[in-house]
Design a protein around this ligand. Sequence first.
Ligand SMILES: Cc1cc2nc3c(=O)[nH]c(=O)nc-3n(C[C@H](O)[C@H](O)[C@H](O)COP(=O)(O)O)c2cc1C
Length: 275
Amino acid sequence: MELKPPLVIASGVGGMGEYLQLIDSKYIGAYTLKTITLFPKQGNPPPRLFATQNYLINNIGLENIGIDAFVENLLSDKYAEVFDRTKVIFSLGGDSPDEYKAVAEKIAPHERYFEAIEVNFSCPNVKEGGLNILSDLSSFKDVLSCIRKTLKGFLIAKVGIEGAIVEKIAQIVEDHGWNGITLINTVRGLEIVEDRIIKGGLSGPLLKPIALRAVYEVKNKTHKLYVIGSGGIMCEKDVDDFFKVGANAISLGTVVYKNPMIVERIAEHIWRCYR
Ligand SMILES: Cc1cc2nc3c(=O)[nH]c(=O)nc-3n(C[C@H](O)[C@H](O)[C@H](O)COP(=O)(O)O)c2cc1C
């Protein structure tokens, strides 16, 4: 996969392309759509976001229209403008191993639309009581090989740091013939606001050292995987740090809420320093 610049909009923060209203797409190497699951999800009731200077907790709950409605929209050109303007990465999720496989089967005939397919392995495995799929390595391996057989294009595993040692997971991903890995997703967080508990995925600056370490370890262990660094990238120095530990591309998430124009600044920095 060649991204120019090697800058990706992270899954979830830009919905189904809405962020392109705010930014010139020449600054974006690829745009990841929000995760699509087998069945539609309404997401969680509010409050869904809790923000501080150092982190954001989101409790969106993977709200999405489900793969059947997504494919219908795709075929009726609802996302045509997004495809016209930038390379697009499809984000595939599921609540159980079988759901991952089913979504892969349904997107397979339409793979040509996408630069890559990123599989979000940080979704809780509802069947296993909410743990993510990484906590059961035999079903994880089974899902990796089934999806690799179903999808022929560039396949990226998106993993968090919960459920297993990340470099061990990366080695398994590589051994199953996948092409890339996105490190990391949000980690589980909790805040108490006016006596109300808010549980959700924690993102933003607090995540950076954790994500950086994950990229460092994975790059030292694996040989072929294309690594997308994701977690707390807020400024040019963060980008430099991720490239220093070997990331092939960087992903911007929470920062685009804080400052939508940052993408432009970071892309120009990448062109200036890494051409
Ligand atoms: C509001 C919000 C929604 C998100 N939705 C998704 C999602 O649908 N799929 C996914 O793989 N990651 C999702 N993420 C995680 C981001 O893609 C990203 O990996 C994570 O936030 C860490 O990067 P950051 O610190 O730059 O935000 C979401 C993050 C936020 C803040």
